[in-house]
Design a protein. Structure first.
Lengths: 222, 264, 230
């Protein structure tokens, strides 16, 4: 089962490496969002630095959406979804594999955005352990929930508009938790931050379990 | 309130059909003696509630007439969450038993639950405007209810997509099954968000609730639940009839298809 | 002997459209069946139904003993389906695709190499991205995957389309070999002469139902004489 998951994850990452959509399109989009926020909130008045945690995680959410959409767009071309079903791979292995691949891409985007906010917004991060923990648990949650709802939307003609409507309310706890954890890390009140880390971990575990269990039925209809 | 539906029977195609329509002839309207009785009881209940709420109970020392929203706002919010809970239950049961009945329960409770959620948000805003000066505050309860609305709207958007109803039922059941866990996670995170820093909590109900006020509140819960039940039953029946019409259309399509093929 | 494919008044819906409106069909193990019929008759849907890709809406249907309503997943690795779409990843090379799909199906990677060699894909084309292949080359790659998986049931939808004569002959011989080894084959095609020489039985589909079925012929000429690749 993990062998199959690794096979699928490796395949997705190999496709990403060959097509470079993440590097060429999604990462620049992430930086673009940061710049747009700067236009919207102005460099003066300290709004940007105050809002950095929130802006960072909104950017991650939006880019995560793109990464999930891309993950399934790859399957949609030339009937690969049918072939995946026919291959007999355990759906839970397929779920774990695709989630892992999306996770790697989101973590890469996290790095880009961390660099982005440090440079563009002048943020200085403290509490690195909390920051790392938050980034990891939140990204796992986003990847898992995204892959589950992504396969649902993948088979629909309205996938581009329905996926955000379904997924973003579900990810609201991740946005709240990760933003508060970042704020705690920046302010030095890390104990509260770890409380939020706990919430993010519960979310991530729940969606890994839910995804592994529910991916199969949803794949059949995709 | 009745909904009449003429069930068209018999193929319009030219060929003799060997396929007997498998639909249940069933009822031609969505009301029944039971729902009529329930409807009358609910109407009477609302009349009573209106009297108690507007005239029978005194105004609050602090909030004035505004406190009367106490008899509708928490009630509609509670029923909204009840609807969400039932939608999840229906979804789980559908995934387990695969019966149409549970699928329709999930659909109708989610939809009527969304109506009550909207009403709860509306009454919350009506309460808020005079009390706090703004229509909206990001307090834990109101925000959670707004998130519930968004989750339900997502479920309903999926539900209403055209296509094979069985496929839609299975997909919606999975989204529906996750509604309650999502609501719990959202509520928890929103509550921590608004309370961990001891932000001034702008809670709505008054401090002492006893006697006639308490009774009216409880009575309000009962009446709102009755209304929810009445609306859900009708919505359920409409959904059921829609499915029957769909089955009929499929049977006709099968007949037409065979006719087209054998006439060559 | 139990039929490999058993369909009784099978109805399959695509959306709300009844692509199959009551198909009766029994196929014994090792048979090669040609499925013919006008466009829109439901040939593709019939193959997809037998592959377990489309659920059975009403009627009875089993393939390899698995119920087509409830147990479609059991079929997955035992059935091979070649549809209009090749089921390949454009961004990956021929080699990457064949290896991935073979491993995904739990088949032996050595079979993948053999299949690629058989279809002429192991030389220059090996490291070419699928996006750059012609339609015929893509078909060959998909066929290589199918062959490498050694399924018990082969479902081929217009397999000869876009193939040159040499590859068509290769395909025919591969199919005959598979049937000789015990696989059951359903081929939907408009290439009547070619398929008739290969298939023992012709089933005609129209309007979503079976309108003609030649059944098993008394003498299996195709398999006893064999077909030689020139």
């Amino acid at each position: 089962m993990f062998r199959d998951a690794t096979l699928v994850a490796a395949k997705d990452l190999r496709i990403e490496w060959r097509s470079r959509v993440g590097i060429n399109q999604i990462a620049p989009f992430a930086l673009l969002i940061l710049v747009l926020f700067a236009f919207a909130l102005g460099p003066d008045g300290g709004l940007l630095s105050k809002a950095t945690p929130g802006l960072y995680w909104v950017a991650v959410l939006l880019c995560g959406l793109l990464a999930v959409q891309r993950s399934f767009a790859v399957e949609a071309s030339d009937g690969a979804t049918d072939a995946l079903r026919l291959s007999g791979i355990e759906p839970s292995a397929l779920f774990l594999g695709k989630t892992a691949a999306v996770l790697v891409q989101i973590l890469a985007l996290d790095l880009v955005l961390l660099l982005g906010v440090t440079i563009l917004y002048g943020t200085t991060f403290t509490g690195w352990v909390l920051v790392a923990g938050t980034v990891l648990s939140a990204s796992v949650g986003i990847a898992a929930a995204g892959t589950l709802y992504g396969v649902l939307a993948a088979g629909l003609r309205v996938r581009e508009t329905l996926l955000p409507l379904l997924l973003l309310p579900v990810l609201a706890p991740v946005l709240i938790g990760s933003t508060r954890a970042f704020e705690a890390a920046l302010a030095g009140t890390t104990s509260e931050g770890w409380l939020w880390f706990g919430l993010l971990s519960v979310f991530a575990l729940m969606y890994i379990a839910a995804g592994a269990a529910l991916f199969g039925p949803l794949l059949e209809e995709a | 309130m009745t909904t009449e539906l003429q069930a068209e029977s018999g193929p319009r195609g030219a060929a003799e059909s060997a396929h007997v329509p498998t639909i249940d002839p069933g009822p031609h309207s969505t009301s029944s003696p039971a729902t009529r009785a329930l409807g009358i009881a609910v109407l009477a209940g609302f009349a009573m509630l209106a009297y108690l709420g507007l005239a029978g109970t005194p105004e609050d020392r602090v909030q004035g007439e505004l406190v009367r929203l106490l008899y509708v706002h928490p009630q509609s919010a509670t029923v909204a969450y009840l609807g969400c809970f039932l939608a999840t239950t229906g979804s789980v049961m559908y995934l387990w038993k695969r019966s149409l009945w549970w699928d329709l329960v999930a659909h109708s409770t989610a939809e009527i639950g969304a109506v009550f959620t909207a009403f709860a948000l509306l009454t919350g805003m009506l309460w808020g405007r005079p009390s706090w000066g703004t229509y909206w505050v990001w307090d834990a309860r109101l925000t959670s209810t707004a998130m519930l609305m968004l989750l339900l709207l997502g479920y309903l958007a999926l539900r209403k997509l055209p296509g094979d109803p069985d496929v839609r039922a299975r997909q919606s059941a999975i989204v529906g099954l996750l509604l309650v866990p999502n609501v719990i996670l959202v509520r928890q995170s929103v509550t921590w968000w608004r309370t961990l820093h001891q932000a001034p909590t702008l809670s709505l109900p008054g401090a002492e609730i006893e006697g006639l006020l308490l009774f009216t509140m409880m009575f309000g819960f009962a009446v709102f639940s009755g209304l929810f039940l009445w609306l859900t039953i009708h919505r359920f029946r409409v959904a059921w009839l829609v499915r029957q019409v769909d089955e009929l259309a499929v049977n006709e399509a099968i007949t037409a298809r065979i006719a087209e093929g054998t006439s060559r | 002997m139990d039929p490999v494919i058993h369909l009784d008044a099978a109805v399959a819906l695509l959306g709300r459209f009844p692509a199959l409106a009551g198909v009766d069909l029994d196929v014994a193990p090792g048979e090669i069946v040609l499925v013919q019929g006008p466009n829109g008759a439901g040939k593709s849907t019939l193959l997809r139904l037998c592959a377990g890709l489309v659920p059975l809406s009403s009627g009875v249907g089993t393939v390899l003993g698995a119920d087509l309503r409830r147990e479609r997943r059991r079929l997955r690795r035992r059935v091979g389906y070649l549809g209009h779409a090749a089921g390949l990843y454009d961004e990956l090379t021929v080699h990457d695709n064949v290896v991935f799909w073979t491993r995904a199906a739990g088949a032996d990677p050595a079979d993948a190499e053999r299949a690629m060699a058989a279809f002429g894909l192991d030389q220059r084309l090996r490291s070419v991205e699928v996006a750059k292949l012609s339609a015929g080359q893509r078909r060959r790659t998909a066929l290589a995957v199918l062959v490498a998986r050694r399924p018990e049931v082969w479902l081929l939808d217009e397999p000869h389309a876009a193939l040159d004569t040499e590859t068509r002959d290769l395909l025919d011989s591969v199919v005959l070999d598979a049937a000789r080894a015990g696989a059951t084959v359903l081929v939907a095609t408009h290439e009547h002469e070619r398929a008739a020489a290969m298939a023992q039985r012709t089933v005609t589909l129209a309007g979503g139902i079976v309108t003609a079925d030649t059944g098993r012929s008394a003498v299996d000429t195709a398999t006893t004489e064999g077909r030689r690749v020139p």
